[in-house]
Design a protein around this ligand. Structure first.
Ligand SMILES: [Zn+2]
Length: 117
């Protein structure tokens, strides 16, 4: 895992590149130029937060089997299903591990997919 200093440096570099690519900020996008700059930065920050949430949920480890919440028997991992949520920073998509219980003939989504039998 990268140190917080390494992350800070990567964010600085990313911000420098984005600033070059985005060009001039339109003052009409805020009550003044600085407000418009901040509005753009907040929008980008929210998009980065949403991308981080999605990637982190995609990479979260999961077991091959999980216990069915209905009958308590073992269900098999069937893949990840995308789900739209409203997070603290607005709409976000998560990847949720889906399991299938052959007894109940139903898919289920355990609260903690790292729970293994
Ligand atoms: Zn079941």
């Amino acid at each position: 895992m990268a140190s917080s200093e390494q992350i800070r440096q990567r964010i600085e570099e990313f911000a420098r590149q984005l600033t070059d690519e985005l060009g001039e900020v339109d003052e009409a996008d805020g009550v003044c130029w600085l407000d418009a700059v901040e509005n753009q930065a907040i929008e980008i920050g929210d998009a980065i937060a949403a991308a981080l949430v999605k990637q982190t949920t995609v990479q979260r480890p999961h077991g091959d089997e999980s216990l069915c919440p209905q009958c308590g028997k073992s269900g098999r991992y069937r893949g990840a299903r995308e789900r739209e949520l409203i997070g603290r920073r607005g709409p976000t998509t998560i990847a949720e591990p889906e399991y299938y219980c052959p007894c109940c003939r139903k898919a289920f989504f355990p609260a903690d997919p790292s729970d293994r039998r």
